[in-house]
Design a protein around this ligand. Structure first.
Ligand code: N01
Length: 524
């Protein structure tokens, strides 16, 4: 099916990143933006994660866009419903709904060397073409149901944390929870409050610190409403506090030992039983896996109707879970809080770049990009939460904003200079990645635990080894010298959707004509 016309930009995903991209593109004067969303509502992970207790472990003042502050957060750490309301508010406030194509589940993204355009095909047979594409499918979009032996034989109810079944009533039920990560520690206290009995199957305990949550009093909201400066100051204060945490959570330092000591004090204060404290003491460095921020998890584990099971799961059986000690745990329902399938070595759908190269093939040994946003050989394409862009200590939204604003500069450059190709220089990408991998060596993530940050062979293609400030700084200005540029369009300008004359903001050191047209474009 041939696409109707060539848009300025395709954005894939209508979660936080995709919507933020659309907003910033429009603010930069790029109006012809199409947002492709596979679901039927906006919100991404916050639309999908509706499990009881779902909340953000980063303060809302910081877990929101700096260009769209919300004075009305009800508390320091908001729940998922309030975050989703904020996302929906963005859609209305910035009039994004007309840009979004719902039910557009992208099955392929393909670059046309001759025209310098990307075409996204969707599973329902539609095709959308644009001068540039921004990938914003979210790193945590696909729930992971582990391949546990006997899973198919279990006859009770199965729920995944990221696809909660609100029709199932847990009241008075015997429930098993598999997993003790960031999602599980939020779900377990809620289930303990409703179910008859909860058994928590822990494979690896995590480091836990209390979450300093508090309700925002009316006066604070009034101050926020009347003074943007006060909101900015609060955001800055939270930001600075989290940056300090990097000293212990990103790098394996004496501060890491201090974080562990604080977590051990928390464990000792909250858990009475010494054997249980041993079961809950991690054997890896704090920060290696995501730090768990919760004040009600340990109390829930000690409730009369809750039991922590640390024997490995041997198999699922028709009635429940059999552990390696031979005990059969009969349960009515199993909650899998087992995380997500994260694309560390592939792409969520086939992405075909210059000369027919495939991104999943190139990333088979671990994903790599230039500054996490561009990939050599895939011109005019920008990634949000691309390789090595993840934070371990600060708000994902801070990282996201930097990626978006960098991508917007790239889009402006393509449109303003009428470029066919804006392609990251492979040698700069190589140098960048060598440096990232070198720096990762000193981080807690590479200190020897198993986590979703690492590939099977231990490559860390997920996290950024530095402060959020450093990450944002390197993305502040898109330097055209980092890219190979090719001018000239086969797409007639009048076919391309409108953009105004706002300046690109990209550093003006363009070296054009370095890539030949179409088939003359060579692999690096
Ligand atoms: O998933 P996880 P999550 N048998 O992968 C266990 C974000 N998030 O959904 O540690 C038995 O962290 C696994 O055990 P182990 C945040 O970025 C943010 O909790 O691998 N157990 C682990 O305990 C986070 O990092 C918020 O040994 C199995 C758990 O399942 C990311 O989402 C809130 C198993 C999976 O933990 C993922 O968190 C919630 C098996 N076969 C989540 N397979 C915020 O507040 C897996 N496990 C922002």
């Amino acid at each position: 099916m041939s696409p109707a016309r060539t848009h300025a930009v395709l954005v894939i995903g209508a979660g936080f990143a995709g919507l933020g991209t659309a907003i910033r593109l429009r603010q930069a004067g790029v109006e012809d933006v199409v947002v492709l969303e596979r679901g039927w509502e906006v919100g991404g992970t916050w639309r999908d994660n509706t499990y009881p207790g779902a909340a953000c472990d980063i303060p809302s003042v910081l877990y929101s866009y700096s260009f769209a502050p919300n004075p009305d957060w009800s508390r320091a750490y908001s729940g998922s419903a309030e975050i989703l309301r904020y996302i929906r508010h963005l859609v209305e406030e910035f009039e994004l709904r007309p840009l979004i194509r719902f039910g557009a589940d992208v099955s392929e993204l393909r670059f046309d060397d001759a025209t310098g355009t990307w075409t996204a095909s969707t599973r329902d047979g539609r095709a959308f073409t644009a001068r540039a594409a921004v990938m914003a499918p979210g790193p945590l979009a696909n729930a992971s149901l582990p391949d546990i032996r006997g899973l198919a034989s279990y006859t009770g109810h199965v729920v995944h944390s990221a696809r909660w079944d609100h029709d199932y009533d847990f009241t008075d039920k015997h429930v098993a929870v598999i997993g003790t990560g960031a999602s599980a520690v939020q779900i377990i206290p809620e289930l303990v409050g409703t179910a008859r009995r909860v058994k928590v199957f822990q494979r690896t305990p995590g480091w836990v610190l209390p979450r300093p949550d508090f309700g925002h009093p009316d006066w604070l909201r009034t101050v926020f409403r009347h003074s943007r400066l006060s909101q900015r100051a609060a955001r800055l204060a939270w930001f600075a506090g989290h940056e300090v945490l990097a000293l212990g959570l990103v790098w394996d330092t004496v501060f890491t030992s201090a974080v562990q000591a604080a977590a051990k004090v928390n464990l000792r204060v909250q858990v009475r039983d010494s054997w249980m404290r041993r079961q809950l003491t991690p054997d890896f460095r704090a920060g290696c896996k995501r730090m768990l921020m919760t004040s009600d998890y340990y109390p829930a584990l000690q409730a009369d109707n809750c039991k922590l099971i640390t024997w490995p799961i041997a198999t699922l059986s028709p009635g429940g879970i059999r552990t390696a000690d031979g005990i059969e745990h009969q349960v009515d329902a199993i909650v899998f809080a087992t995380g997500f399938d994260v694309c560390k070595t592939g792409t969520p759908f086939p992405v075909t770049g210059l000369d027919g190269r495939r991104l999943d093939e190139e990333w088979a040994g671990g994903a790599r990009a230039y500054k996490s946003v561009s990939v050599a050989g895939y011109p005019n394409l920008f990634l949000t939460f691309g390789p090595n862009s993840g934070p371990g200590h600060n708000s994902a939204l801070v990282y996201m904003e930097s990626q978006i604003d960098y991508a917007v500069q790239g889009v402006r450059l393509i449109l303003d200079r009428d470029l066919r190709l804006l392609d990251a220089r492979p040698e700069r990408q190589e140098r960048f990645n060598a440096e990232i991998q070198r720096r990762l060596g000193a981080t807690t993530w590479n200190s020897g635990c198993r986590s979703w940050y690492l590939t099977e062979n231990g490559t860390n293609a997920t996290m950024y080894p530095g402060f959020a400030t450093q990450y944002a700084h390197q993305l502040r200005t898109l330097d055209a010298a980092d890219y190979r540029l090719a001018p000239g369009l086969t797409v007639p300008a009048r076919e391309v959707g409108g953009h105004n004359d706002a300046g690109s903001g990209a550093r003006d050191s363009v070296h054009e004509c370095e890539i030949g047209r179409a088939s003359a474009a060579t692999r690096p």
